[in-house]
Write a protein that binds this ligand. Structure first.
Ligand code: B1M
Length: 232
């Protein structure tokens, strides 16, 4: 990406729209939260709709981050900083998007399973999904089946996402899925699982729809599965 500039080098207000968008992409990539917020506010002042700012400036920028993360060019700390910058821009847009009733790509409830307090990976997935335009309800860590069920009932998401980092807690995902089957709720929802000790075979064995090895894959799979379900 392009080099970073010192604050005194230029004023974001002086940039024409196309260069400002490019600059916001760079600032996201470089994790410059204040600059991303400022760029977002400038575009809104120029009468851009919140949706257009979201799509072109923020989601567009995070897409670049996602590709470089997938390709091993960026690593977790950089992606967390980019995601945090994205969140800064999102905080500015969120009330405007809610007012405009803008359609999200889809809705996901996500949490780390009971007995497990690791949340860095889950948070990364949350941020990347938000960056891709999903509405994400993060219900936290150490989540028992009752809390997952209550969240599904309350939020009616397209996807249930579960994360686990311990070999001793990953099997709890099956408890949640089996409970959904027992209650006749399994087919209403896409189930996505992830976490370092999991793999494809494990995902299949417990009856999840998809196992995702990282946050970038989670975004791609979520889009694909929702599109398939809507088409059906
Ligand atoms: Co813990 N820990 N830890 N730990 N910890 C591991 C997991 C461990 C492998 C370390 C080791 O021994 N080598 C080991 C597990 C061994 C095992 O199960 N066989 C371990 C252990 C044993 C423990 C404790 C039991 C230690 C103790 O107290 N004796 C304890 C457990 C507490 C508990 O949960 N009940 C414990 C505690 C902790 C800390 C609190 C100190 C801290 C967690 C801080 C936090 O999360 N807020 C911690 C950390 C940081 C780690 C390591 C070092 C790093 C984990 C991490 O954040 N990775 C870890 C060792 C390791 O993995 N190298 C370790 C970065 C993160 C971005 O990756 O979470 O895999 P990850 O997420 C990826 C993908 O997996 C995927 O996308 C993410 C981004 O690409 N993904 C999903 C994850 N969830 C997804 C969900 C999806 C889709 C994709 O859809 C829903």
């Amino acid at each position: 990406m392009t080099e970073q500039y010192n604050e005194e080098d230029f004023d974001l207000n002086d940039l024409p729209d196309d260069e400002l968008i490019e600059q916001i992409h760079d600032d996201l990539y470089n994790g410059l939260r204040d600059e991303v917020i400022e760029g977002t506010e400038i575009l809104l002042e120029r009468d851009w709709s919140a949706k257009r700012v979201l799509d072109e400036a923020l989601v567009g920028g995070m897409a670049i981050v996602g590709v470089d993360f997938r390709d091993g060019i960026l690593f977790v700390p950089e992606v967390l900083m980019a995601a945090n910058s994205m969140k800064g821009g999102m905080d500015v847009l969120r009330p405007l998007l809610a007012q405009a009733g803008s359609q999200t790509v889809g809705k996901i409830v996500i949490g780390t399973v009971k007995g497990d307090i690791h949340d860095i990976g889950k948070n990364l997935v949350t941020m990347m999904m938000e960056g891709a335009g999903f509405e994400v309800i993060d219900i936290g860590i150490n989540i028992p089946v009752e809390t997952y069920l209550a969240a599904l009932e309350e939020h009616k998401p397209d996807i249930l996402g579960m994360s686990a980092l311990l070999t001793t807690t990953m099997s709890y995902m099956k408890v949640v899925i089996d409970t959904l089957i027992e209650k006749g709720l399994r087919d209403d929802i896409i189930i996505m699982v992830g976490g370092a000790p999991l793999n494809e075979e494990f995902g299949q064995a417990i009856g999840a729809d998809v196992y995702c090895r990282d946050a970038g894959v989670a975004v791609d799979q979520a889009k694909k599965l929702i599109a398939e379900r809507r088409a059906a």
